[in-house]
Design a protein around this ligand. Structure first.
Ligand code: ADP
Ligand code: MG
Length: 559
């Protein structure tokens, strides 16, 4: 039997692959820049192990230059370069990663620093270019070669001239189409913004020749133009800096730069973890609710970087819904750059990071509650409802995570209190945690149902948010105390018999009660004498699972 090799149309395969991986054409630049950065890292690693080699940081940089007239975009680096064989191997074989091989050979911890490992990033250049040329001179060699391809009919390799070690990628940018303005990729401003967006934290300088204007010397209105080489990326990301070196204002500036919100964050959380998974993160708890928070448009998520390179703007897997208000970034060395959304959902590292982050947010919120109560209350005004939804929506499985963060208005304290505070104040004979639901504190205060409980001196929590009662039903008990609505039939309060009560029984008033029942017919189930009232002649109470307030809400919901 003969085993045959699969054949594939390489052009179509390439198209398919590139289009399934990349949603935005602009990321070709990110890919080429990260390859350049990898190539310089490789020299850096060589220098680490070879004493004869000196690594002088100034010699390593990436240069981007655009020639609009000829539609040429050049990305050059002073990295390792490629030999003729390497050009053939690494660029001629799709899904072959020279960088992954390098990591294995040099036993570099997986994912550490060097970004590439999938062997497809380079081909993203064909999304924007008709022809791609690669001129490269390998480290330690004095021969240079040029690899060239138009992506369809394969590639050529031939000897050529090049000055220093490194690689130059030359893209012949496509003509504009109806759907895509390829001209953009030749424009200084656009290129700068793409670099800023995706590659700001690449550790090597990315240089560009920028056109500048200044007033001619001695002139008030005449300008002269000149070209200045500038470094476009900021290189060291704030989250990799030391916490002690950073001021609150710097975090706030970053919050603003990132357009996380127009408010100032209530709190920033700077996390550095080295362990089963390594990552840096800066998270923010905003002060105000974004205007679109409760709309379909709002997307939760954190920015996700693989070692300084942006993978995703909003990685929703990193935040549970109930912490969906948190903003920020996560950068991990343990993630691969080309990871797709589908792969992310199953990524073990990412799950670990998400769990870690969730616990960290929880503990920071607890600290805020403990130490900066005013700030916490401001936060709670904006996002408390989200926490309650969190408990309600997962059938109470988040209760341990969230119940200590809840606050309700207290009849006694006349301010927001926690469940813990409530329970710790309960008199010994009080069996339940009492609550009353209604539209506002003022309305609840007037409810006849609250009388008996309040008279006993027990504290009542006011539930004014629609979700409150539903969430509490999921919690069921807090510190072994059950919750009880003041309008439930049995309040669990012993009422002493006295003379006026004696006249109030169901037998002697039978006729009156029957008459009332007939009049209210389908609105009520029964009329009974009650011992719970003081200043009001009558009140509503309920026997069933649902309280009156819950029924109102359920009835108001669209089916
Ligand atoms: P990956 O970066 O995931 O390995 P790419 O398709 O981006 O895959 O690149 C393929 C390979 O080509 C790289 O692994 C590397 O060996 C080589 N390569 C690409 N660009 C450069 C460059 N600028 N300098 C040196 N080698 C490069
Ligand atoms: Mg790459």
């Amino acid at each position: 039997m003969e085993t045959k090799q699969f054949k594939a149309e390489s052009k179509r395969l390439m198209d398919m692959m590139i289009n399934s991986i990349y949603t935005h054409k602009e990321i070709f630049l990110r890919e080429l820049i990260s390859n350049a950065s990898d190539a310089m890292d490789k020299i850096y690693y060589k220098a680490l192990t070879d004493d004869a080699l000196r690594f002088d940081k100034d010699d390593y940089y990436i240069k981007i230059s655009a020639d609009q007239e000829n539609r040429i975009l050049k990305i050059s680096d002073t990295g390792m370069g490629m030999t003729k064989e390497e050009l053939d191997d690494n660029l001629g074989v799709i899904a072959k990663s020279g960088s992954l091989a390098f990591k294995k050979e040099n036993e570099i911890k997986d994912g550490y620093d060097i970004i590439g490992q999938f062997g497809v990033g380079f081909y993203s250049a064909f999304m924007v270019a008709d022809t791609v040329s690669v001129i490269s001179k390998a480290f330690g060699s004095d021969e240079a070669y040029k690899w060239e391809s138009n992506g369809v009919e394969g590639y050529t390799i031939e000897p050529c001239e090049k000055e220093g070690t490194g690689t130059e990628i030359i893209l012949k940018i496509k003509e504009n189409t109806e759907d895509e303005k390829f001209d953009d990729y030749l424009e200084e401003y656009r290129l700068k913004s793409i670099i800023k967006k995706y590659s700001d934290f690449i550790r090597y300088p990315i240089k560009m020749d920028i056109y500048e204007k200044k007033l001619k010397e001695g002139s008030e209105e005449e300008y002269e133009e000149y070209i200045e080489e500038q470094i476009v990326n900021s290189m060291v990301p704030i989250w990799k800096k030391n916490k002690n070196e950073l001021k609150k204002e710097e975090y706030e500036a970053f919050y603003g730069e990132k357009h996380y919100g127009f408010d100032k964050p209530i709190k920033h959380i700077h996390i550095k973890v080295d362990g089963a998974v390594s990552y840096n993160a800066i998270l923010f708890i905003p002060e105000k609710m974004p205007y679109d928070f409760y709309t379909k448009e709002y997307e939760k998520g954190l920015e996700l970087y693989a070692n300084g390179v942006l993978i995703m703007n909003k990685c929703s897997e990193l935040l549970p819904d109930y912490f969906g208000f948190v903003k920020g970034i996560v950068d991990s060395e343990d993630l691969s750059l080309n990871i797709s959304r589908e792969m992310l959902q199953h990524d073990r590292q990412l799950k670990l990071i998400a769990k870690n982050i969730k616990n960290k947010i929880k503990s920071e919120l607890s600290n805020l509650l403990k130490n900066e109560r005013d700030q916490y209350e401001t936060f709670y005004e904006s996002f408390g409802r989200q926490l309650k939804y969190g408990i309600y929506s997962d059938f109470g499985s988040n209760k341990d995570m969230l119940q200590d963060l809840l606050m309700f208005y207290s009849s006694k304290e006349k301010k927001l209190v926690t469940l813990d505070e409530y329970v710790s104040r309960m008199p010994e004979d009080q069996k339940y945690i009492y609550y009353a639901a209604g539209q506002s504190n003022e309305r609840i205060e007037k409810l006849p149902q609250t009388e008996l409980v309040a008279d006993k001196g027990y504290e009542i929590l006011y539930f004014t948010d629609e979700v409150d009662e539903f969430a509490i039903r999921m919690i069921m008990t807090y510190k072994e105390k059950e919750f009880k609505s003041v309008s439930s039939g049995d309040l669990g309060i012993e009422v002493e018999e006295n003379e006026s009560d004696a006249s109030l029984n169901n037998e002697t008033n039978k006729e009156l009660f029957e008459a009332m029942k007939n009049i209210l017919a389908d609105k009520i189930k029964d009329v009974r004498a009650s011992k719970r009232l003081k200043n009001h002649p009558v009140c509503l109470s309920n026997d069933g699972e649902l309280t009156i307030e819950m029924e109102k809400i359920l009835n108001a919901m669209p089916n």
